[in-house]
Design a protein around this ligand. Structure first.
Ligand SMILES: Nc1ncnc2c1ncn2[C@@H]1O[C@H](COP(=O)(O)OP(=O)(O)OP(=O)(O)O)[C@@H](O)[C@H]1O
Length: 341
């Protein structure tokens, strides 16, 4: 559905050229929810804005639904943009228009007649769960409701692709969850391709099928979400994965234990599915003369199944502990001895 081939964007500034996006290749399938994660300044906004030519690449090509966007005339681009909608962190609603009028706006621009417009607005209001709020003004809505208007407006002309620019970053965790659930619902119901940018790994974890990690304008790692969670290869990806799997308190506790009792090993077990770790722990206790203290455990749900981490402390003689670790290494879990030097 979307192909980026050697895409670069260089901004000319008074301080010299800025390489915002540097030789990015990406391929996003139809019907996929694809996440791009990176810290501030990594080039995410610039990249997503090139997917609808709000920003033109300095070189390389962006193909969406079979069309090379940089080769389109102005009129063709306007038409193509009806198929590539966007929602924003700060909603970008028209404040003097009601919810219904905001949603109707792109339909007016597309020249849709009044009767059809009214019918379509009713459908969209229902789709995003805003029944009864059609006559309200944006200033009378909560953040989550405003984003629902943004989504309804973006869907008005039946786009093929929805671009989400930090769409939940201004929302509290509960509202974020409800908007993410709505995006999944739309993806499944309409078969819409969704590309989102974020700096929050739990957004990726919760709704994305695949993820690309950006750093200094480049995509440094990409893959199915569950694979990236299990085997992050770059340091930056490991940091993002920790946002979800390793709360700060755990890090502090582990550091303290490692300092106080350096002779005991602390091990992180990673497993896919909810039950995999249970037999391993029982087996280790039965087979080896070690005591196991469970420090922290967490199971996170992704679009493609559950992913869990468990931190344990192994207490026992060196040899028994090493043998227990080798044994765990041979089981259906990934094992990493944690150290904080
Ligand atoms: N219009 C512009 N002119 C000059 N430099 C720009 C422009 N837009 C972005 N940049 C620069 O390009 C780099 C990437 O910025 P970009 O906004 O794409 O990153 P980001 O990952 O989206 O970060 P953030 O989430 O903070 O917006 C930054 O160094 C930024 O200063």
């Amino acid at each position: 559905m979307i192909t980026l081939d050697a895409v670069r964007k260089i901004f000319k500034t008074k301080d010299g050229p800025v390489n915002a996006v540097d030789q990015v290749d990406l391929s996003i399938e139809q019907g996929e929810i694809f996440g791009i994660i990176g810290y501030s300044g990594a080039g995410k906004s610039t990249l997503i804005r090139m997917l609808n030519m709000l920003e033109r690449p300095t070189s390389g090509s962006v193909t969406v639904a079979g069309k090379d966007l940089s080769k389109l005339t102005k009129a063709e681009l306007r038409k193509a943009r009806q198929e590539i909608s966007m929602i924003f962190q700060h909603f970008n609603l028209l404040w003097s228009r009601t919810v219904r009028e905001n949603i109707a706006f792109p339909l007016e621009i597309a020249g849709i007649g009044k009767a059809e417009r009214l019918k379509r607005v009713d459908e969209l209001i229902k789709l995003v769960g805003l029944e009864g709020r059609g006559e309200s003004y944006p200033s009378q809505l909560s953040g989550g409701q405003k984003q629902r208007v943004g989504i309804a407006r973006a869907l008005a002309n039946n786009p093929k692709v929805l671009l989400c620019d930090e769409a939940t970053s201004a929302l509290d965790p509960k509202t974020t969850d409800s908007i993410l659930n709505l995006l999944v619902e739309i993806n499944e119901k309409l078969g819409l391709t969704i590309v989102l940018i974020t700096h929050e790994m739990h957004v990726i974890r919760k709704i994305c099928h695949r993820v690309a990690v950006m750093e200094n304008g480049r995509v440094v790692e990409q893959g199915p979400v569950l694979d990236v969670f299990r085997h992050p290869s770059e340091e930056i990806t490991k940091d993002f994965v920790k946002q979800v799997t390793e709360p700060e308190e755990t890090t502090d506790l582990i550091k303290q234990l490692a300092f106080e009792k350096p002779q005991y090993k602390i091990v992180q077990l990673t497993f896919v599915g909810g039950k995999a770790e249970q037999p391993v722990i029982t087996d280790v206790i039965r087979k080896f003369n070690v005591q196991i203290n469970i420090l922290q455990g967490k199971v996170s749900q992704t679009q493609k199944g559950a992913y869990g981490t468990l931190y344990i402390q192994l207490v026992g003689a060196d040899r028994e502990v090493s043998e227990a670790i080798s044994y765990m290494n041979q089981q259906q879990v990934e094992v990493e001895v944690v150290s904080y030097e």
